[in-house]
Every structure is written in C-alpha cells, then in structure tokens.
Write a protein that binds this ligand. Sequence first.
Ligand code: PLP
Length: 434
Amino acid sequence: MSGELFRDTGLPALLGGEPVRTAPLPVAYNGSGRLFGPQEEEAVRAVLRRGTLTRWGGTAVDALERAWAERLGVPHALAVSSGTASLHVALAALDLAPGSEVVTTPITDMGTIIAIVQANLVPVFADVAPETGMVTCETVEAAMTARTGAILPVHLFGRCADTAELRALADARGVYLVEDASQAHFSYDREGFAGTHGHISCFSLQQSKVVSCGEGGIVVAEGRFHERTELLQNKGWLRGRQGGRAYPMVGLNYRMPELSAAVALCQLGRATEIIARRRRSYAVVVEALKNEPGTVIATERPGERASWWALCVRWPELADEPELAAAVEKSLQADGVPFAPGYIGTSPLYLSAALQRRGAEGRHGLPWTLHPEPPVYRPGDCPHAERFLRESFVLNWNEGITPDDAADIARALLRALPAARAFTASAVPVGSRP
Ligand SMILES: Cc1ncc(COP(=O)(O)O)c(C=O)c1O
C-alpha cells in the first residue's frame, strides 16, 4: 500500500467538502474500542458467585499477579488499584530522604507527577528527544544533581524508552530507576520488555490501556523492594505471612478488588490478540504517512515491537504556527477523527497550574519546602518537550480500530495540513469562522 491510495482529491471538510468519516470511530471511552465480552462477563459472574470481592479469600488477584509476572518473565507482580497508586507505592518503597529529587519527563500523564509529589519527592524535569518525546540518558544526566534519588522515565504511546541504558546510568550514579510502562504493556526492544529494567516498574490498567479493567495498576519490583511494595499497598500489613496483625510500617490501601482482577486477567489472556489488532491497524496509517513531506508518524526502531497505546503525528512546522495548528485541529475534527492537539494539552506538565503553584491546597508547599533550593518551573525549561507538544496531534489507539477505520484516519491526516494551509491563506482568523 502506498500513501497515494489514501489521498483523495475531494474538497476537504474544512473547506466545505464531505467529511472523510461520519460514523463515530471506536474509541476507548465509548466502549466500542475495547474487547470486553462474554469471557469478562463470565469471570465477573464467577467472582460474584464465590461472594468474595476482596483479594483475601479470592483467587483472581493472585492469578492476575502470577500471569503478569509469567508473561514478563519476572519473579513477582503486584496488583494495585491504579497506575498512580503503583507509582506512589514504588516511590515510597525506595525510602528516599524526603525532598530528594526524581528526574522525570514533562510529557506524561499527571499520575506520574502526582506519585512523586505524594511520596514527598521533588519532580525535576529532563528534556526529551525531539523525535520521540521521551527522555534520554543525555537529558536525564543533564538534569541530575547531588540530590537526585531516582530516575523515572515513561514509555510513551507504546514505544520503548531507553530504560536499559538508563538503568546503567542509575547504577553508575547510585540512584534508582523506576519505569512507568503504563502505556507500553508488553512492548519490547532488543533489551527486553518495557517494565523489566527498573528497580521497580509500574503499569496502569486504566480504561484506555492495552490490558484494562477500567482502573487498576501493577507493580513489578526487584526482590528487595517487592515486600515493601506489598506492605505499602496493604495498610502496612503482611497479611497471612506473619502471626497476628503486625504493622511494621504505615501503608495505604491501594488493593485491587477481585472484580477488577477478574476482568484484567481475561484481558491479559487476550493481550496477544489485542496487541496484534492494534499493530495491524496502526501499520495502515504508518504506510500511508511514511513518505509524506513535513509529516512524522511515530514508528518503531529496528528490533522494537510497540503495543501502540496512542498514535502520535507531528507536523514540525506547526510548532511555530499556532494559527495553522488550530486549523489542522479543525480539519481533523471536521473530517470526523478526534485527534487532540499535543497530548496532555500543548504545554508540558511543569507549566500546569498545580506545579506552578507548587502543589495544591492542603499540602502546605510539600514536598518543595523540604528542598533547600527547590526548582522553579519556567517556560523554556525543556524546549524540545514544549516544541514536541506544539507540533503533535494524538489519538488514543485501540483494538477496536479496524484497518478500514485506520484508512479513514490516514485520509483525514493526509488532508489536514494542505486543508489548513488553504484555510489560513485567507485573511479571516480561524476563531471567527464557522
Ligand atoms: C504514563 C502514565 N503514567 C501514569 C498513569 C496513571 O495511571 P492511572 O490513570 O491508572 O492512575 C497513566 C495513565 O493514565 C499513564 O499513561
């Protein structure tokens, strides 16, 4: 297939032509994008019939943990209530001095940052590689100081971050590596699976993720941290392991319920199919866009197999042309494909109101008050990240998107920039047009 097969000569919807797509696309949040079916229904019924909805006395959470660990080839996995909880537990388990710095990425879900802040650690942002939107050894090293306690990279959109190299860097500098593999379940490269290089690695099982149960998370911790993560998510209680009800530490209740685990376990059993479907449809868009001048679609490196959590298209010229970017967004919307500009919006998380205000009400400035010279987050701190978000459009990918749907998406993407250029060439500002 070549891009030409997807290029249509009709008038783009933005300029008054017919939309590429009128039927809604299957997206994760309207249910049609996910493969929840009779297996999940029966698994949930089975839990209800057993009558034990907590993991204590149940079987589903244990089974999910065993199956997840087996699939990744690691000794343990721990199920928790969300991806944010998995990251919070991971960071707390490191037992770093309060106010220590965690070097992370400005392009991630807020859950990554929330976990750092709630563990009383100070987020420090490393810039990203312009092509991938992910931190690298060079950018992380540039952001490290004597107060760095951990490095927290994110495997973005389903691709693999350089976590094997980052682990070597962490070991050389005597700090910890925590991987956020929420968006990259079972993605792998020549160094192995995403989520197998960290001292601790984390996954979200939220609605849009490859393996989902609506809300949930998984922690994969190296031996010495596994028991601490278990304790931390179970109110500090090693239930069933010690006589009596001993509380060796103050923990949280981040336990995964049986009903969620029953669904996640079925999804995990179908992960190969889910990933294959995502990859098949994603490949249609890559094929259509790969030679398109001025357009960059996220693709795999040699040896990499991405599970594709999201499709990210970049038009580098948009970074300096906000009016043109607004018209591209309008064109995509008019053609019925719901891409969002940027990913977490078009500015990085260090410019979010929460971080500009150093937390929120109720935290009294913690964790920044624990730091002798707390970082100030300013526009321009991570120029590549800021540019990456201004030039990108992202669509949550999922297994419900068929190759035909993907062909519509490709058509709309191929139209968007020329349509936006024609649209902005006339003098009327975008906001004042229909
Ligand atoms: C990279 C990343 N980190 C953390 C999270 C937080 O996960 P959750 O929404 O399950 O708390 C998400 C997902 O939303 C994510 O994509």
